[in-house]
Design a protein around this ligand. Sequence first.
Ligand SMILES: [Zn+2]
Length: 121
Amino acid sequence: MKEQIIIRAISQSTGEIYKIQVTRSDGVLSIRCGCPAGIHKMLCKHRIKLIKKDISLFLAEDHSAIQEFYMWDEFKNIEEVFNQYNSSIVAFETEIKKIQKEIKIFKNNMGEILNDGIKYT
Ligand SMILES: [Zn+2]
């Protein structure tokens, strides 16, 4: 059995409407978005917000369909997988910030060293 829900998102920058296609078929749940990023299978903000239950971007007429979607067992599964990936992403981003701070310190030190001069040995 195949079920499909179409959820419409409003683009914050252009006001354009993007369709998010939620499909479940034999226990497989897919979420596809028609926005420019989604077309390229990138993790767009519409899919992130939908899974994180932030429904502010979606048309009010679609809110009851969204609530129905949240009741699906398949949603609970995808939410769990998403949260696992997301915690890795957050950990990597934290690491990147730390490294960027280190790079800045090294650049500042090098700048100061060049200003002060390096004694030839
Ligand atoms: Zn999207």
